[in-house]
Structures are given as C-alpha cells and as structure tokens.
Design a protein around this ligand. Sequence first.
Ligand code: UT7
Length: 332
Amino acid sequence: MEDRATGMAVTGSGSASPRASLDNHGLSQVVETSDEWIATRTGIRSRHLANPQESLSQLGAIAARNALSMAQVDATDIDLILLATSTPDDLFGSACQIQAEIGAKHAVAFDLTAACSGFVFGMVTAAQFIRTGTYRNVLLIGADVLSRWLDWTDRRSCVLFGDGAGAVVLQANECDRLLGFALHSDGTLNSCLNLSYQNQPQPLTGEITVSQGTYQPVSMNGKEVYRFAVNRVPEVIEKALFQANLQTEDIDWLLLHQANQRILDAVAKRLQIPAQKVISNMAKYGNTSAASIPIALDEKIRQGHIKPGDTIAASGFGAGLSWGAAIFQWHR
Ligand code: UT7
C-alpha cells in the first residue's frame, strides 16, 4: 500500500484448455447440424470441452500459473485475484479455490459475474484497485465451463460454446497502460440471453414455502444478440478510444469476445479496421465466454505477434446484457 501514484500494466498472460476437443463433424453426431452450417454461420470448427474430472478451478489455476510465470511474479506476491466467470464450481465463488490451488496466500480472492463481458469488466475493476494504490499485483482470470449448462439437444446454442480459461497479471506501473475504457449494461434485454434459476416451490411449514429449483440451460435469442453486438460494440470501442484520446488507426489489434466471426468482421468493417489487425481464434475454441479474450490474447502474445507497446482494443459483450471496451498496451 506504500506507493500511491500508480498506473496499471498487463505484464503476463496464460491460458488453459480442457484436453478433449470436439470438431463440427463430431458434433453433428450429437445434434442435427453440419460442419458447413456451423463454419459458415459462425467461423467455429472445433471446441474444447471439460470432462467431469476437469474443474473450472483447475483450468483457472493452470492459466493463472502460466500468466504468473510469464510475468515472473510469485503467487505469494499477488494482492488480489479476480475470477470472471458465470460457471463457478461453487455458487459461493471459485476464486478462493484458485487462490489455494496456486498458493497465493496473501491475496484476497472473489468472483465477478458479467458473462462474456467479465474479462473486460474485471480488467477495469482491477485498475481501480491499482490506480488508488490499494493493490500492486492483481491476477485476473476469465474462465468458463459453459458445457455444463448447455442444452445438448438445442442446435441453436450448443454448437457455439466451448470451455477454457485465460489469465493476465496486472501490475502497478509508473505509466498507465490502460488508456481508456467504457462499460455498459441493459437489463431490459436480459431475456435475450440467460441461464436462469427456475423455481420449484417446496412447502416447509405453515405458510412458509421456499424454492428448491435449479438453473435452466442457456437460452438465447441469437438474432437479437447478434444485432445488439454489431451495433453496441463499435460504439463502445469508439467511446473508449475517445477517452484514450486515440483514433481507430492507432489500434494495433482488435481483440473482441470470440462469439462469431461474422460479428468480428462486421465490427471491424464498421470501425474500418483491416482484417490483419483482427484477432480470431474461435475456429479452434468456439465461444468460451469470459475466457475468450484472455485465451486469444495469450495465444497472440506467445506467438510473438503482439509486441511490447502494441495498442489493443478489447471488447466483451453478452448476457446481462452487458458490453464494454478497454484500450490497453501490452507492456513486456
Ligand atoms: O457471447 C454471446 C453469445 N451469443 C452470440 O454471440 C450469438 C449471436 N448470434 C449468432 O451468432 C447467430 O445468430 C447464430 C450463429 C446463433 C445463428 O445464426 P443466424 O444466421 O442468425 O441463423 P438463424 O438462427 O436465423 O437460423 C437460420 C436457420 C434456421 O432454419 P430455418 O428456420 O431458416 O429453416 C435454423 O433452424 O438455421 C437453422 N439452424 C441450424 N442449422 C444447422 C440453427 N442452428 C443450426 C445448426 N445447424 N446448429
């Protein structure tokens, strides 16, 4: 807590995927679909799926260790762990399990739920702690195992998603590398995409009845979510760029939530960002929700494509509905 004049820098990244992957041909044995339909409508060709022994916390912990190792930060030096997820192993939160798993014994750890916007919302949340000088080293993990919550008979949704985890280390830095951000929510559109709790009344005693229900599988109005994304995402990126005092030409990489290649293409076109600057890996992973941005970021960093000082415009969007953008520079 000693040094109060601080900015934030992204200093390490990591990711983890379940061992098993299922391609579109394999999936067409499960539901009535085809590689041709999925690939042309979404750009997805395969996805990793967690088996019952692979937990969200394990995937998150592997991604976290990889990020710590790149940043050369010891787990015991982490002050805060933020786990962006909608699919915790424990409804009370899974961040503490990851804290224990990686031995980050000095870190406070908690979950943050903002669906596919979770990673961007988490980065901005971490920045508030760092900028105020409260914490110096934050581990932000985006992880989801949506396969647990899909209706595997619903071809309109189950073909889209995959499981995985990504993480970044965010550290106090003299120069603030989070250049601008904007976050939004619109709960009036909640019904477009949700994984909601369904009541099952259970009379207890007298007039007291409690609910002992369960969560229902992901329900989505694909067309509405598509429309929402192609309209709101360019807008929120422009807002964050304005705050950063930057133009779209200043962006080296457009890093969108990996939901649909057509959404990426439409957003890039609207912002006039050339295709070679658009990061896309959904062909291999599908939509991994809160994990999609950090997995794609980690891949590009490890492939050596993202260079120190590069400016990245990241945008997450999804259930809530929620959407946000963060403009940041890769620091190492
Ligand atoms: O993290 C955010 C999560 N959500 C999203 O990003 C979703 C955004 N939306 C989308 O990506 C697209 O709307 C989808 C990929 C979900 C759907 O694409 P679309 O072009 O909007 O297709 P559609 O829903 O209009 O369906 C077209 C046809 C329908 O058949 P009919 O009624 O025209 O005869 C569907 O029944 O395609 C059919 N269809 C399929 N066919 C084969 C829907 N799903 C499938 C499938 N395989 N998996």
